[in-house]
Design a protein around this ligand. Sequence first.
Ligand code: GRF
Length: 220
Amino acid sequence: MTRKRVGVLISGRGSNLGALIEAAKAPDYPAEIVLVISNVPGAQGLARAEEAGIPTRTISHKDFTSREAFDAALDGALKEAGVELLCNAGFLRLHTEGFVLRWLNRHLNIHPSLLPAFRGLHTHARVLDEGAKISGGTVHFVRSEMDCGPIVAQAAVPVLAGDTPDSLAARVLAAEHRLYPHALRIVASGAVRVEGEHVVGMTQIRDQPPLFSPPLDEAL
Ligand code: GRF
């Protein structure tokens, strides 16, 4: 099996990165993480990567005078490492149109809501304000507009009475940690592809841990 060479972009804690690192330890996982780039010096996720022996780079957006120049530096580092698939995992910068086009349909992002609902920031507080009863996470291919693009996979969790933004964030995050490895697996293995602006193919794999409530096997 050839494993797809994956780059991960982070800005902070890197718990989703950690989930991807763990998943990629399995011999049958179709992707290996070959580079982690943070735009924030000292981001916690960098230490996780280093512990796992994964090469890291810090490319601070503050060192560049334009977004184009910053994205060109990212692109250069990714190419140098032979990255084939890119995963944003808590990367808090918007990409330029040129960067998005260069990585089109080879570039994933995770967002802590059931897109297209609740794009943008302060997601969990807005979910609670709206009185939504289900929330979750979404992995999608990146497009220029924030939190838009073909949806690869989603994981749902209940919103419970008494939830605060923090308690809901924690429940969604636990679901994200199952979701992102699953989404990267189905993309890297070629089980799914983008057709038009939709992801088609085998988006649901029965032997994966349940992503849905109720579990997928009961829902089918
Ligand atoms: C996650 O909730 C992710 O969905 C969002 O930012 C958060 C990153 O967390 N884009 P971590 O850095 O992976 O711990």
